[in-house]
Design a protein around this ligand. Structure first.
Ligand code: DC
Length: 224
């Protein structure tokens, strides 16, 4: 085994996956792939085109004629939809509320998974999402299932929003998180479940740095 391993990080909304995954990737010199951003990007185009969210065939056909690129930058990962920078636009409340519906469609997921498998072939990779350990990088040397209490996740989301100048009510954020967890876990097509060989990591009482350090340590053990 060389120094380039695959690290799969799954877990529910706002558990700290992307922040922690980014740090781990930076430290190891790996590529970071935020698969949630890919589902968000296609949802952006679906809403722009006013496509029926329940028309699975139309959603999948739209994805087949769409390019989604993830590019690292100093401000974090940038997302390009058919060449257009949608990095900020895909974080809107509208996208957050509709993305779980788009992501529940099996044939659309199949195409996304194919693309993600190809993206991961290039080098050492840290990929985060909901089905990475179970459907995308099934052979990953390190799989983490990351969670945190709903209260803690809502607080983190509120802080994130504050930083972006968005006011939000904690009670409303909690409701949204519980609903998204439910939709992501109960859908028929690759629901959010912990892979059998994944390590469970509860980040409720950990700082971002502590969680990242723990994963880096595990990764280094897997490399040697
Ligand atoms: O991680 P996120 O909040 O940006 O993800 C947005 C949505 O995309 C989330 O509600 C579930 C879905 N998703 C998915 O179904 N599979 C993935 N691998 C990543 C995200």
């Amino acid at each position: 085994m060389g120094n380039n391993i695959q690290i799969a990080i799954d877990g529910p909304a706002a558990a700290g996956k992307s922040t922690i995954a980014k740090l781990v990737a930076e430290e190891l010199g790996y590529t970071y792939i935020d698969t949630g951003a890919m589902y968000r990007a296609i949802t952006y185009k679906v809403l722009e085109r006013h496509i029926d969210l329940e028309n699975e065939e139309a959603l999948t056909n739209l994805l087949l004629e769409t390019t989604i690129e993830l590019k690292p930058s100093n401000d974090g990962q940038m997302v390009f939809l058919d060449g257009q920078d949608v990095s900020d636009a895909i974080r809107s409340n509208a996208i957050t509320s509709y993305v779980s519906i788009v992501a529940s469609k099996a044939s659309l997921r199949k195409e996304m998974v194919n693309r993600q498998i190809k993206m991961a072939k290039r080098s050492g990779v840290v990929m985060d999402g909901r089905d990475i350990g179970t459907h995308v990088l099934v052979e990953a040397e390190l799989k983490i299932f990351m969670s945190a209490s709903v209260d803690e996740r809502a607080k983190r989301r509120q802080l994130d929003n504050e930083r972006r100048g968005i006011d939000s009510l904690l009670s409303q954020l909690k409701k949204e998180i519980v609903l998204r967890d439910k939709m992501d876990s109960e859908r028929v097509a690759s629901p959010l479940v912990q892979a059998k060989d994944a390590i469970y990591l509860d980040t409720t009482n950990l700082t971002i740095l502590e969680a990242a350090k723990y994963i880096i340590q595990l990764a280094k053990e897997r490399m040697s």
